[in-house]
Design a binder for this molecule. Sequence first.
Ligand code: ATP
Ligand code: MG
Ligand code: FE
Length: 336
Amino acid sequence: VYILAIESSCDETAAAVVKNGREVLSNVISSQIALHTLYGGVVPEIASRKHIEKVNQVVQAALDEAHMTLDEITAIAVTYGPGLVGALLVGVAAAKAIAYAAKKPLVPVHHIEGHVSANFIEHPDLEPPFVCEIVSGGHTHLVIVKDYGEFEIIGRTMDDAAGEAFDKVARAVGLGYPGGPKVDKAAKEGNPHAMEFPRAKVGGSQYDFSFSGMKSAVLNYINQAEMKGETICVPDLCASFQNAVVDVLVSRAVAATKEFGYKKLAIAGGVASNSALRAGMKAACEKAGIEFYYPSPIFCTDNAAMIGAAGYYEYINGVRAGWDLNAVPNLKLGER
Ligand code: ATP
Ligand code: MG
Ligand code: FE
């Protein structure tokens, strides 16, 4: 089964060809980061326009790189939510047009299921059930992947997503957008114990998260230093903030995996490429006798290969979209 996948939910126009859900034959990503950096974040209208310019080229490049023609493709998979509505619509419209013209089935894919499925690409042995911690720009979820495409949410953020907190802290210290990779890099030169930021506890479930308190503590620290005319050591601040985030992400995920009796833990989403999170999770899982899975950085942030992986399992489960498929900007995980 060869899936041609299209992803355009945010600021990456991406297309990929994936064989049997696990083998990536091509993975083309046209990033708009440079364009949005000017504004300190993604501007939805600009994102949509750029997707329109790029989508056909990116799809053709994905086919070329895979040395395949549209005839040889089994089905077209596309992200239909969650994300920016105008951005999603470009991918959805392109996928519909291609599927209709080439007489191929159209498979709707949930963006977050895509992030989780990035783990299938490089781990041929990984099969559900397992626990997955999804840490992206807009989501922070702890889920049990019961089966392909079947999720039970056991924890979620009550406020900011992990990636959002990274982006806001980066902006506050002038590192620019997107902040995650820049904080990660600066933290390598800093002392993670230089400052103590609160590890927020929240009401709900013991597996819920809260990052806005941590972010506010960092912003307060910056404001106070400025008022006193002190200079901030940016690497120390980044390392200390990152340490607080990683602490919470690692301890909750490992505790949940043990509590629910699973032996496998995966991470997914842009923040899963964070070097401290990967190292911290690896050490904690080794200690707890849990098998730890994580995708290569290129499959952590938005890409279409992960949509091809998720799309394959949706395809073999018989999931199909009609020509009336629409973008669903606030699509929830586990919903169709
Ligand atoms: P969502 O998937 O929730 O809709 P998104 O698609 O915008 O949101 P992703 O592409 O999964 O999010 O990830 C982008 C986020 O990951 C950004 O917030 C970015 O700062 C963060 N990120 C990327 N690399 C790193 C890193 N090395 N360390 C920490 N955060 C990172
Ligand atoms: Mg992005
Ligand atoms: Fe994403």
